[in-house]
Design a protein around this ligand. Sequence first.
Ligand SMILES: [Zn+2]
Ligand SMILES: [Zn+2]
Length: 155
Amino acid sequence: MSAAAAPTANTGLLRAKCDPYGAESRIRLLGGVFPENHVGKTMWHCPNYSDGRYRAECALGHRAGNIMPLCYPHVRSLQFRQMGLCPRCAWPQEAINLNSWIEQNQQAFMAALRVGDRESADRFLGRVTAMTDRMTELWQSGVIRKTPLTLAEVS
Ligand SMILES: [Zn+2]
Ligand SMILES: [Zn+2]
């Protein structure tokens, strides 16, 4: 009988298994901030117990994704790799709205072209251009920010 197989008497949260990819829970790294192909096809399990609970945060304190129990080797490897950009910094509400209006007007533009309505097509294209310019302004004025996510320990 191995002592490692002893049941739960002194296993609190900190003795959870390291779960960097949510292999067991099927929760993806950073709660879906990463596209599926970053995780890879092979789901695997880390054999270590976790040394702490961590979550991705940006420098402004936005939290992203789920709390992950991690072992120190995984903490180190995740700290030094690109964890992606903070979605809340990259997508303030105005940018989300603009993005969907741009899409709607692009579709209206295509639809107008299909029926040969040049006048409407020009109008929709003008809106797309204006909104794309506004999006560029949001970048340049720092409303849209590229803020990297880093691991933060959850106490
Ligand atoms: Zn691990
Ligand atoms: Zn942020």
